[in-house]
Design a protein around this ligand. Structure first.
Ligand SMILES: *[C@@H]1O[C@H](CO)[C@@H](O)[C@H](O)[C@H]1NC(C)=O
Ligand SMILES: *[C@@H]1O[C@H](CO)[C@@H](O)[C@H](O)[C@H]1NC(C)=O
Length: 332
């Protein structure tokens, strides 16, 4: 064996290994026992919703709503930051169908899914047959706030909602359905105000696979492609698995609920509370054109665009993200 060849192979190996390691978004792990209080509340249709609370209940309450197929644990980088939990009261929860929350099903699984088919749209639009409607999710959020207001003095309480991705229309729909609950600020994290816009063929195919009623190969491959679109720099294998593990547990009825078409354009244009848009410049699930359109509708809004960040700023740039959340909420 030629010594030069051996050494050069060695060098190339080192370079390629280190290049891969440096460029990933890692999974940070956190202590198990950190003073988090957890319990269930009864949401819409008697569904049990898993809630966690931490921090100082006399301070402003921040309620975090996560992304599609992700659990409340996706907020770990914020949950374990002392700058956040020492200065605020923080609350996170698992959507119905996700994590520790109940996973209602309808036993009405159709044999095939035809998007935009009349029967399908009727099913999605009817909160009585679709246990994952936006309105039921608004009721769940109401049940959480109702519980908090019975435990703490909410007379002078400030509440800020934070929604990542689909957590944005879910939070907006809550504000729309419960106008008597005073919300003092809102943060959209890579959020969207409507999903009636055109999506790319690639994204369409991926969602079609995710909505497969039972073929696990299709579902897993769709979720795999979906999660790989979360970040600009790739996730580490551990972080990828963290998201994949939660998403694969979501039932069929939850997975197809993403096809419900919503637009909060008019509602958001009327909203006067302070809002912040955190936008990833390289987001490939909610593109820049939509993010700028959404931000432009705000009456009292500011936007921060993160360079070289994708759809997951809460993990991709924890330091900046947490700082921007703290700054915004402190001003309210
Ligand atoms: C927005 O405000 C306009 C004008 O006040 C009102 O007519 C409309 O119903 C409001 N829309 C929503 C969705 O709140
Ligand atoms: C949805 O968003 C797009 C921008 O991405 C905008 O052009 C369109 O008017 C919006 N449609 C509705 C119904 O809100």
């Amino acid at each position: 064996m030629n010594l030069f060849k051996l050494i050069s192979t060695f060098i190339i190996t080192i370079f390629s290994v280190s290049a891969v390691t440096v460029a990933q978004v890692p999974l940070y792990t956190y202590p198990a026992d950190d003073g988090t209080k957890s319990y269930y509340v009864t949401g819409g249709n008697e569904v049990k919703i898993f809630v966690e609370e931490k921090g100082d209940p006399t301070k402003t309450t921040i309620i975090f709503s996560s992304g599609f197929t992700t659990s409340s644990k996706s907020w770990n980088p914020q949950w374990f930051d002392p700058e956040i939990y020492e200065n605020f009261h923080i609350v996170r929860y698992d959507y119905r169908g996700i994590g520790n929350s109940d996973k209602p099903n309808t036993n009405m699984i159709p044999n095939s899914i035809v998007l935009n088919d009349e029967k399908f749209n009727r099913y999605l639009g009817d909160p009585n047959s679709n246990p994952y409607s936006y309105d039921l999710k608004a009721t769940d959020l109401f049940a959480i706030i109702n519980k908090l207001s019975s435990d703490y003095d909410f007379k002078n309480k400030k509440i800020v909602l934070v929604g990542w991705s689909i957590g944005t229309p879910i939070s907006l729909n809550f504000m729309k359905n419960y106008p008597d609950i005073k919300i003092d600020g809102f943060i959209s994290v890579a959020g969207f105000v409507n999903n009636t816009r055109e999506i790319s063929d690639k994204t369409f195919t991926l969602f079609q696979k995710i909505m497969d009623p039972e073929n696990l190969n299709n579902i897993a491959s769709g979720l795999d492609e979906f999660i790989k679109l979360f970040s600009f720099k790739p996730f580490s294998y551990e972080l990828y698995s963290f998201f994949m593990g939660t998403s694969i547990m979501a039932p069929f009825e939850y997975r197809i609920s993403v096809a419900v078409q919503v637009s909060f354009t008019e509602f958001y244009s009327n909203l006067t509370i302070p809002t912040l848009h955190i936008i990833g410049e390289k987001d490939s699930l909610v593109n820049m054109e939509h993010s700028l359109y959404f931000a432009s509708l705000g009456q009292n809004s500011e936007s921060i665009i993160y360079k070289d960040i994708g759809h997951c700023p809460l993990w991709e740039n924890i330091k900046e993200f947490n700082k921007d959340i703290i700054n915004f909420v402190s001003k309210i």
